[in-house]
Design a binder for this molecule. Sequence first.
Ligand code: GDP
Length: 195
Amino acid sequence: PSELSLCSSSSRDTNMSIMPEEPSKVMLLGASGVGKRALIHEFMDAEMMRHYFQSSGEYDDADRSVSILLDGQESTMEFVDILSFNLQVDEFVTADQIDAYVVVYSVEDRKSFETAIDRLYEIRQEEARNIALILVANKTDLVRTRVVLEEEGRSAAKTYDCKYIEVSAAIDHRIDELLVGILKQIRLFKERNAK
Ligand code: GDP
């Protein structure tokens, strides 16, 4: 099992055998209302706690990056969505500097699942390089109104060769696993592409 901990920026002052690498850029895609902002908020919350306890408690709202110590190596991920690119429509954008795409849909919204599949297709079509790609089924807390089944999500992920995870931003379910999953994918593809 991998060792996970979230670090505050102050931990970078301590003696580390390996220097932190460049932050990885993670782009969240998906229909409006699926919970992209809620997810980013949950990612930040995890780190905000550390900031609060370990440093002065200052927190920069514009900073959407989180540092994670995983398997003895610290990595920083910066989360961006379409709004960061000043685009009005939630369409796929080719951006060279992106290290991973996280495609989100809501399990209670079939149209958002179809939009997610369109995004997966476009990414696999347009991205020349192999890139970390994660399909996220959000809002699993809404059990009674769920319409997209787990098998459907898994099957789409298999078709487009990406990771699949079911989460709930609302009840903070499997958010840590998602963060670790994204980072593992980024590392895997960086390693592969370096060869
Ligand atoms: P975005 O348009 O993709 O950024 O979606 P938002 O993050 O703004 O979320 C849209 C709505 O869905 C908001 O009212 C959120 O509170 C709600 N929401 C987000 N995640 C969840 C979740 O996991 N469960 C439930 N029940 N609601 C959620």
